[in-house]
Ligand binder design. Structure first.
Ligand code: HPA
Length: 251
């Protein structure tokens, strides 16, 4: 990500199936606190390829914080305070679009937010003025283009488009909810894409999402969704995600 990130560290928020980065040369670990509280995990400082990186585990390490209880504000603020201005969110998702089955990588270009009750703005409390940020394009164009070019070069099976539908969880959806989301135009469904994307945007960070499909969304296959199926897709697909991350940082 050197093409877009200058000398500042690139942030990576790892989700389900990516609580650490084995290729990261770790130079230090930092436990921090922010005005919004504690982030989900320590910040792991390291180098990936040629690029300084700060890794944060969204659900904690080990995985213990459910999607609706992640302190997204603390996570984004902590990375911002550490100097991160370009941020990659890795998200496990369910596939709705017929081409987006298990182990497929998706670099979404749009999102629809179905979450509720999550603290989802930095702009509240004692404000001098009310702020409404533009959020027409929720994902950074240049960072997306870099990930897309890298995925293509690395021959990882992926889609360079997709509407990410962010649901509240922690339960998975009903088949009717997925049909509704499909009518709305959603291609993938996940529980962590929002408010992460908007909080990064509020701080002026470049944010991009790298989605790994870990199951067919509810009603899109002939069986119910099992953890075994999800684990198998993570096993199969996370190497592609790691490859894209590594190569995109190589400059
Ligand atoms: N729905 C919502 N979130 C998810 C799914 C899903 O099917 N799979 C992984 N995260």
């Amino acid at each position: 990500m050197t093409a877009v990130a200058d000398s500042k560290p690139v942030g990576i928020i790892g989700g389900t199936g990516l609580t650490s980065l084995s290729d990261l040369t770790i130079v230090g670990e930092e436990t921090v606190s922010t005005r919004w509280g504690e982030p989900s995990s320590a910040l792991v400082h390291g180098v990936l390829g040629q690029q300084k990186v700060i890794f944060l585990s969204r659900h904690g390490n080990p995985h213990r914080i459910p999607p609706h209880q992640v302190n997204y504000r603390a996570n984004i603020q902590a990375l911002y305070d550490a100097g991160v201005r370009t941020l990659v969110g890795v998200n496990a998702v369910g596939g709705i679009h017929p081409d987006m089955g298990p182990a497929h990588v998706v670099i979404p270009d749009q999102l629809i937010d179905y979450t509720w009750g999550r603290p989802s703005t930095f702009f509240e409390g004692e404000l001098e003025h009310v702020t409404h940020i533009d959020f027409t394009w929720p994902y950074d164009r240049e960072a997306r283009e870099l990930l897309v070019a890298t995925a293509r070069e690395a021959a990882v099976p992926f889609s360079d488009f997709g509407v990410y539908g962010a649901t509240q969880g922690p339960r998975l959806e009903t088949a009717a909810e997925i049909r509704r989301m499909e009518r709305d135009g959603c291609d993938i469904v996940g529980m962590t894409g929002m408010p992460e994307a908007v909080l990064a945007a509020e701080l002026g960070m470049r944010y991009v999402s790298l989605g790994l499909v870990v199951n067919w969304a509810a009603g899109k296959s002939d069986h119910i969704i099992t953890m075994a199926e999800i684990e198998e897709a993570i096993e199969q697909g996370m190497s592609g995600v790691r490859l894209i991350l590594e190569r995109s940082m190589a400059g």
